[in-house]
Write a protein that binds this ligand. Structure first.
Ligand SMILES: C[S@@+](CC[C@H](N)C(=O)[O-])C[C@H]1O[C@@H](n2cnc3c(N)ncnc32)[C@H](O)[C@@H]1O
Length: 312
């Protein structure tokens, strides 16, 4: 993974990196305590032409869809809305409750929760352009009242204690190199009794993964800036949530419901992957590589919905 001379740790520092002017070593931004250490790698992954092409095709949304038996596998857009509805259901908040979307991207998940489920949502992301796009989309949909977006690192939350009735991550905790800090921050900003939901991946234990599977998983997780996916074996997130103080921790494996979309990516991705690998340029087509390899080796990982709450 390419590195930069100074490593932004805060969202403000990430913004500086986005504009190719990283904060000077010794500056307040560069030296802010806590926060993610590898934001440049995350930004580099999302700025690649392949990531931009794929997420443009998806309308800017960056998560898998939820397919029930009989749902057409080509209609990924409806499936993504169904996944967002799953989130609303699992979060279990009443209309009017205030939720935090940690790693919101362009805000489509937050919009769905506001428009269809009546929640007020504050979305945060490290990518300035995504936050601006989220604000534009919210104002176009005339939902600005229910939706707020700001650039922030979810490992260094600046909200006051007990700010939210609920919080969630949708396919973003995998990018974290500070999972314990993220969970501690989410615990702090949730009010007592507040609900938390994670829609995230876990992987099979390293001692039960073949050398070949471990090799491709390590490569993809490094190229796509997903240190937590490399680390979070089945059951580990649940233990970390318990350690952070959360109770009623429950996980549902919904891999079967998102596989049709992964299969689509694998079908579309095998040719770019083969060409990229033949030219020794797999990094340029890491999403294609991930689509193919994760579909072929689908016993090595799971897509989970994990829910819990802060004690009252
Ligand atoms: C796969 S995308 C999911 C976006 C959104 N949740 C969705 O479902 O469309 C992951 C997002 O997490 C954001 N992200 C990664 N690390 C982050 C961090 N430390 N703090 C805030 N956002 C982060 C990325 O910028 C990206 O927008």
């Amino acid at each position: 993974m390419a590195t930069t001379p100074s490593r932004p740790r805060t969202a403000a520092a990430a913004a500086a990196a986005t504009k190719s002017s990283p904060p000077a070593a010794g500056s307040a931004e560069a030296d802010a305590p806590g926060g993610s250490q590898h934001l440049p790698q995350v930004l580099q992954y999302y700025r690649s032409w392949e990531s931009r092409l794929i997420y443009r095709f998806l309308g800017g949304t960056k998560h898998y869809g939820y397919f029930r038996p009989g749902d057409p596998s080509w209609d990924v857009w409806s499936a993504m809305r169904r996944m967002e509805d799953q989130l609303a259901q699992k979060l279990g908040l009443a209309a009017g409750a205030h939720a935090l979307d940690a790693g919101c991207g362009v805000g489509d998940v937050a919009s769905r929760l506001a428009e269809v489920h009546g929640l007020d949502v504050t979305g945060i992301d490290i990518q300035g352009p995504d936050i601006e796009e989220a604000q534009r989309r919210a104002s176009r949909r005339q939902r600005s009242g229910r939706l707020q977006f700001q650039q922030m690192d979810y490992a260094a939350l600046t909200f006051p204690d007990d700010s939210f009735d609920g919080a969630y991550t949708m396919e973003t905790l995998v990018h974290s190199d500070r999972v314990e800090d993220v969970l501690a921050g989410l615990y702090r900003v949730l009010r007592p009794g507040g609900h938390l939901a994670h829609f995230e991946y876990s992987r099979s234990p390293k001692d039960r993964t073949s050398a070949h599977d471990e090799k491709f998983m390590t490569e993809i997780n490094q190229m796509a800036a997903m240190p937590a996916f490399q680390r979070l074996e089945h059951g580990v997130l649940e233990r970390l949530l318990t350690d952070a103080g959360f109770i009623d921790v429950q996980t549902e494996d919904v891999t079967a419901h998102m596989l049709p979309m992964l299969k689509l990516f694998a079908t579309a991705g095998w040719l770019p992957y083969l060409v990229g690998a033949a030219l020794g340029r797999s990094r340029l087509v890491v999403n294609s590589m991930a689509g193919v390899e994760f579909y072929v080796h689908r016993k090595c990982w799971r897509y989970n919905i994990t829910t819990c709450r802060k004690p009252s």
